[in-house]
Ligand binder design. Structure first.
Ligand code: NAD
Length: 480
């Protein structure tokens, strides 16, 4: 069994308790690695290390910080095959996806913020000829980065790269369900000579390590990505300490298809946006809202295309649909499907587990599932499933499409498919979401603000927003 270690003060360390728990390969259902069951003592050691490193790191020139981040990115690229395989084994995602999305994006996160920090600037405000104000943007100190299991290294580095670039020291807590690539990252950080204590990775359960980070007075900033209920818990724990918070949470994203869309592109993208990574991407469109005049045709074609997705061993190159991340998550998804059926939903395809022969026969696979016939208020159209399950809803007018789109407590993303650009812009302005895609999906420019509204998020990541979040502003007023 692989033994994962914490990365504290530049060293790979055992948890103080010497206790470990199992990490499973979703495709086989078997334990394959041991994860440190860290506790307060490990967190305290990491905090001490980060505090010891902070002064020096904060005054390290941005160009040198950028050089180190680029060196980490180079090493991730050099190890792309190892990293992609590790991500696939740990998470159940197809290796082909990890190779073109997860791992390249992780190295890009480092490169992007290495470049951004060297061109980051701040404002100045002249008061005619009496005074000049300038704003310093300084590193805050220790920041806590807590990340989820769906895009493990991609989302972990999306937080730690800007935090490190702006001169902070980091305590990172990857998901306990998918800790492997964060562990490999710690080895890379050691190899490239990242100074000890600048980045510390403490593995373990969310309700132990994550909860302890959220209340710890020495960690004034928490950047979190995960479920809305966890985000709420973190916000409650952090509030008495007035921590700076960034919360990226769940979604129930609408994918709106008008009759005048580019049919083939919207259809093939709908398959992707519904089922990529087994539907376990926060940006996936889980409610497909289709104009009535093309509803039947779109629905038939979507079902046909979905049935042709190749599901199987994630390590096979031809696999398009892998396993869902855990047995517990599989049970949760199946429960949502059963509830939808009980509410009167018609399952057009899927709705059951897949048994994959060979080494994956005990793996956690669910057939891509499409359900129709349910109202906007039923559970599956309101609650996040975060699996390979989409619902279909017809609409007759633009107003109705908008009403359906905005009918949940979430507001992360939306996609609109139409050739009427006036309508697209009109809707984009009215949809309650942090990100709207018109005639595309998951097209990402890392400079843009990333985040959600309503129960999907607080604050924005990406570009200057991230560097602003991870720095403290100070105004200096000089009398002339
Ligand atoms: P989760 O909330 O269960 O866990 C996320 C992280 O929080 C993990 O590292 C976990 O250990 C930690 N955690 C758990 N309990 C904690 C606590 N009490 N205090 C502090 N930390 C705690 O989420 P998940 O199941 O890993 O991920 C799936 C969720 O993440 C979905 O809801 C999905 O929509 C969301 N997500 C959102 C985005 C986004 O950008 N908005 C991106 C990816 C995933």
């Amino acid at each position: 069994m692989n033994k994962i270690k914490n990365y504290i003060n530049g060293n790979l360390t055992e948890p103080a308790s010497k206790e470990y728990f199992d990490s499973f390969e979703p495709a086989t259902g078997k334990a394959y690695a041991e994860v440190p069951d860290s506790e307060n003592e490990d967190l305290e050691t990491a905090i001490e290390a980060a505090q010891g490193a902070f002064k020096e790191w904060a005054r390290t020139p941005a160009s040198e910080r950028a050089r180190l981040l680029n060196a980490i990115a180079d090493e991730i690229d050099n190890q792309i095959e190892t990293m992609a395989k590790a991500e696939s084994v740990d998470n159940g995602k197809p290796i082909s996806l990890a190779r073109v999305v997860d791992i390249p994006r992780a190295s890009l996160n480092f490169r992007f913020f290495a470049s951004a920090i060297t061109s980051f600037s701040s404002e100045s405000h002249a008061m005619e000829d009496s005074a000049i104000n300038y704003t310093l943007r300084q590193p805050i100190g220790l920041v806590g980065c807590i990340s989820p299991w769906n895009l493990p290294l991609y989302l972990f580095t999306w937080k730690i790269a800007p935090a490190l670039a702006s001169g902070n020291c980091v305590i990172g807590k990857p998901s306990e369900i998918t800790p492997m690539t964060a562990y490999l990252l710690s080895e890379i950080c050691m190899d490239v000579g990242l100074p000890a204590g600048v980045l510390n990775i403490v593995h373990g359960y969310g309700n132990k390590v994550g909860a302890a980070m959220s209340v710890h007075p020495e960690i004034p900033v928490i950047s979190f990505t995960g479920g809305t209920s966890t985000g709420k818990r973190i916000a409650e724990a952090a509030a008495p300490h007035f921590k700076k918070l960034s919360l990226e949470m769940g979604g129930k994203n609408p994918n709106i298809i008008f009759a005048d869309c580019d049919y083939e592109t919207s259809l093939s993208t709908a398959v992707q946006s519904s089922f990529a990574n087994q539907g376990q991407i926060c940006l996936c469109g889980s409610r497909i809202i289709i104009e009535s005049s093309i509803y039947e045709q779109f629905c038939n074609d979507l079902v046909d295309k979905t049935k042709s997705l190749v599901q199987g061993d994630p390590l096979e190159e031809s696999t398009q649909q892998g396993a869902v991340v855990s047995e517990e998550h599989m049970a949760k998804i199946m429960k949502h499907i059963e509830m939808a059926k009980d509410d009167g939903g018609r399952v057009l395809t899927g709705g059951e587990r897949t048994i994959v022969n060979g080494r994956c026969k005990e793996g956690w696979f669910i057939k891509p599932t499409i359900i129709e016939g349910l109202g906007i208020d039923c559970k599956i159209n309101q609650e996040e499933v975060f699996g390979p399950v989409v619902t279909l809803l017809p609409f007759d007018s633009e107003e109705e499409a908008l009403e359906i789109a905005n009918s949940t407590d979430y507001g992360l993303t939306a996609s609109i498919w139409t050739s009427d650009l006036s309508r697209a812009h009109r809707l984009a302005g009215q949809i309650e979401a942090g990100i709207v895609w018109i005639n595309c999906w998951m097209l990402r420019d890392l400079r843009t603000p990333f985040g959600g509204v309503k129960n999907s998020g607080l604050g924005r990541e990406g570009g200057w927003e991230a560097l602003r979040f991870f720095t403290e502003q100070k105004n200096v007023c000089v009398k002339i």
